[in-house]
Write a protein that binds this ligand. Sequence first.
Ligand code: HEC
Ligand code: HEC
Ligand code: HEC
Ligand code: HEC
Ligand code: HEC
Length: 334
Amino acid sequence: MSRLRFLHAAAVVAGIAAVVLAPREAATEGGPQSVPAVLNGCQLCHAQYVTEWADSYHGMAWTDEVYIAAKNATPKDKQASCNPCHVPNPTQTVLGKAPTLRAKNQSEGVACISCHQIPGAKPEEIGTIVGPYAADAAIKSHPNKTDKSMETDPKTCISCHGTDKDHNQYDSWKASDYAKDGKTCQSCHMPAVKRAVFDKKGAMPREAHKHTMPGAHDAEFVKKAATVEASVAAGKVTVKVTNSGAGHNFPGGGEREVVLVVVVTGADGKEAASYRETFDLRKKDNRLKPKETRSLDFDAKAATGTVKVRLLYKLSPEQDETKATVAAEKEFKF
Ligand code: HEC
Ligand code: HEC
Ligand code: HEC
Ligand code: HEC
Ligand code: HEC
């Protein structure tokens, strides 16, 4: 969908990195004297993170065509209410509360500073950077605040993923076994990788985390969310749909729609029956809770034949169904 736009954005970011990388060696204790306004200079020393972030929907939160279309379809007087989460000021000082609108560099969407920065006096300053590592002599390039909970607690995510009904993964996660077992948003969406965090030759490899944030747009990731089982007995098709892998409601967001499609083909090869069931937030929230199994019965309308069950994940109700991700499927003869 917005692949091209996004590749373009990535190319621009890479271009910027290439142009401004030179002063990196000038980094001294206390940080660089001045940083480029773009991305507050993070790309000077963390280019890998910038590349991953540009590939994420955080990096595209403001330029995303799906977002722009949805906003334009919202009544004019409500449109301004959409902007703060899609182009947010730093949230470290308001953790758990909804963010405010960032006026600068809006095309950067949910920028590095949105999650990591305690702002300095001027918007283009690096400010104090909050991160999970313990205070370390290696971190000299910017003032630093250690917050272990960035790894162990989802509070970094709540401002935007837990303060509004349409975009809330936090509440259903909080009520789940995942929360009790200490499996956080980061555990699933920010997998650990061992790598150097600072782009300098010889920088020490660290326990680090990918910033690509796979979600609804990543078919392989969506396939981890659900499983289907089906059987036929006494003229009934019984389908069991389980949210086996999403740490929150499935589907995770209010924009999405999951559709169960059941088709029975008789022994003569003709369609005997077909059924649809929708799971979403719209009319009443009937999404699948974490680890919940929902059992549904349908009339088989054939004595023998084939049952085909598919669980489609749609980015919006309007999405062309042939483009939906098949989250799970099953086919068998009876
Ligand atoms: C509380 C913060 C917040 C507010 C306010 C907000 N959004 Fe979002 N938006 C998000 C988050 C978080 C996501 C990520 C997916 C999800 O939670 O559904 C998102 C995703 C989306 C998507 C899906 C984009 C895609 O690529 O598929 C659309 C469309 C969208 N928002 C539209 C809007 C509109 C329109 C408004 C105003 C009426 C709005 N949002 C207000 C946080 C917010
Ligand atoms: C001049 C180079 C430089 C710039 C510019 C820079 N950083 Fe860093 N950053 C470092 C170094 C060096 C470390 C420590 C790496 C290590 O110890 O392996 C670090 C560590 C970090 C950490 C981990 C800190 C912790 O306590 O866990 C985060 C998060 C971080 N940087 C984010 C940012 C962000 C966001 C920006 C842009 C606003 C930025 N950095 C700009 C050099 C820089
Ligand atoms: C400052 C606001 C903000 C914070 C904080 C934030 N997000 Fe997001 N996130 C968004 C917005 C806005 C989007 C949707 C962008 C779009 O598609 O237009 C999004 C999208 C995502 C997506 C991709 C959704 C998709 O549709 O594919 C994932 C996954 C995600 N966020 C996870 C996280 C996690 C995990 C955290 C905490 C570590 C977090 N976010 C913190 C605002 C935020
Ligand atoms: C949506 C919020 C969010 C955004 C945006 C974000 N980060 Fe992070 N970042 C995190 C979280 C959460 C952690 C801690 C992950 C953990 O420990 O499990 C982290 C960790 C880090 C670390 C420490 C090492 C590691 O990988 O754990 C660095 C360095 C870092 N981020 C740099 C950046 C840079 C540079 C950007 C912008 C290109 C950026 N981050 C954008 C949330 C974010
Ligand atoms: C056990 C793994 C797991 C945990 C824990 C988890 N997620 Fe997810 N998440 C998934 C899977 C799988 C999907 C894709 C299916 C879906 O939409 O539910 C997903 C989807 C998403 C989406 C995209 C939804 C949309 O409509 O675009 C966002 C945003 C998200 N998660 C944020 C979070 C946040 C925030 C937390 C913590 C409060 C979290 N996730 C915890 C596995 C997890």
